[in-house]
Design a protein around this ligand. Structure first.
Ligand code: PFF
Ligand code: NA
Length: 452
């Protein structure tokens, strides 16, 4: 069984600790910031349906596969893939999959940190009463002001990256395990409070209708790709983050049950965020397709008008910051683990190097919102380009390879032994991982290329 081997970086103290860390990685800006704004940009209901279908048919089986590969390989994704391909008698070039993931995590963190910085800036705006009694115009002006200021964004981006690296340096098991334990439920409670406020806002039904009544004429191939890419992004899949966390997982833990919990929690948080935000959008005649600023231009309105809004506003952005932090550490962990394993440098220095490089790219992302906003490639500024490249292309390609490896390259006896699922469950998983997941990703790509 797999507890014969253990990771050199340590192991989670329990199954519960792994669930917390993996849920912490999954639940983040993707749920509360990205899901609502891309839903708004892509017309609502039909987009949400495609996203949910992708989570169930592609995300869940691939998460099971990715955790399994990590637990069996017990190293950073690159070395895990190397070891497992040798074990399966396959081409060792599978380890390039680890590289792809490592680079994706690095590119994502560069902009993730900038957005997390916005959330930090809003903790202070909330604290100093900035939302009190505001109207839609003032809230928009507040956000535009932050966008126009490279200095403010740089300050917060730098602080967020610094905190991330401090946590990664200390290893994940310390304070963070404990913190997530109570922060996640707190985030859930505050989202419920926001949903309750949204129900009283007058446009609740329109918001629900927008989110859940599908009109498939509103989406095109690129929207489908965005929905599928977001399923990978939101579940932290396709780049080795969950693989590396799986490598610290003790044996004899049910991977399938754990996956259901993580994917379920992630989906619920995203839907609650949508239910809280869209009624506000319609009640205030705002633009659903406003883009990355959507939550920053809507939620302050709720906090500025509801009872206890000052306290809830501060709390909300503090919790959003923590949700981002528990995700950001998992974005850089594959790189740090690899540097420690292959370059023989200590964890501390590995953090300093990778963090600095990522920070520098983040500086360019900050500028893409102001002084460099005119610089475009394929009609996208740097932020949009990095997001498209990673979420829509690199993660799905990584996930496709993970599915092919787990479904076709590994010996079935090995996957069966590692997963220890009831026979029927295992069969269902096999069908999904061998056929459904890879074929879906492939078809969506063909669709985007216009072949299909
Ligand atoms: N899942 C995170 C979110 O939804 O915010 C983002 C993320 C974390 C993506 C880790 C990928 C990853 F490896
Ligand atoms: Na998520």
């Amino acid at each position: 069984m797999s507890d014969k081997t253990r990771s050199i970086h340590g192991e989670w103290s329990s199954r519960f600790a792994f669930i917390l860390a993996a849920t912490g990685s999954a639940v983040g800006l993707g749920n509360i910031w990205k899901f609502p704004y891309i839903t708004g940009q892509n017309g609502g209901g039909a987009f949400v349906m495609v996203y949910l279908a992708c989570v169930a048919a592609i995300g869940v089986p691939i998460m099971i596969a990715e955790i399994m590969l990590g637990r069996r390989g017990r190293q950073s994704p690159i070395n895990t893939m190397q070891r497992l391909s040798v074990e399966a008698g396959a081409d060792p070039r599978w380890h390039y999959l680890g590289w792809l993931g490592m680079i994706a995590g690095f590119l994502i963190l560069a902009y993730y940190s900038v957005i997390a910085g916005w959330a930090m800036a809003y903790i202070f705006k909330a604290f100093f009463g900035g939302f009190f009694g505001t109207d839609a115009g003032e809230v928009k002006a507040m956000f535009d002001g932050l966008m126009a200021s490279p200095l403010q964004q740089l300050f917060w981006h730098t602080l967020f990256m610094f905190i991330t690296m401090q946590v990664v340096m200390r290893g994940v098991q310390g304070g963070l395990e404990k913190a997530v334990r109570f922060l996640m439920p707190a985030l859930f409670v505050i989202l419920m409070i926001l949903v309750a406020y949204a129900m009283s806002s007058g446009a609740y039904e329109r918001g629900i209708d927008f989110l859940f009544s599908p009109d498939f004429s509103k989406i095109d191939a690129d929207a489908v790709l965005t929905a599928m890419g977001h399923a990978f992004f939101t579940l932290s899949l396709g780049m080795g983050a969950i693989m590396v966390y799986g490598s610290y997982l003790p044996g004899h833990v049910s991977i399938a049950k754990t996956t259901f919990f993580i994917a379920g929690a992630d989906t619920i948080v995203a839907l609650l965020a949508g239910i809280a935000i869209f009624p506000l959008v319609f009640a205030n005649n705002l633009e659903a397709a406003a883009g990355p600023g959507l939550i920053f231009q809507t939620l302050p309105l709720a906090f500025g008008h509801m009872g206890g809004g000052w306290l809830f506003g501060v709390l909300f952005f503090v919790l959003l910051f923590f949700a981002a932090l528990t995700s950001s550490i998992s974005l850089i962990e594959p790189t740090v683990a690899w540097l420690v394993e292959n370059k023989n440098i200590e964890r501390r220095r590995a953090c300093i190097w990778s963090g600095s490089a990522c920070w520098a790219l983040g500086v360019a992302v900050v500028f893409s919102f102001n002084i460099w906003s005119g610089h475009k490639w394929f009609d996208k500024n740097l932020f949009e380009l990095l997001d498209y490249l990673t979420a829509n292309l690199m993660l799905p390609i990584g996930g496709l390879c993970i599915a092919l490896f787990a479904g076709w390259t590994m010996r079935q006896a090995d996957t069966e032994q590692e997963l220890e699922m009831p026979a029927q469950g295992f069969q269902v998983w096999q069908v999904l991982i061998k056929y459904v997941a890879p074929a879906s990703v492939f078809l969506v790509f063909l669709h985007v290329l216009g072949v299909l």
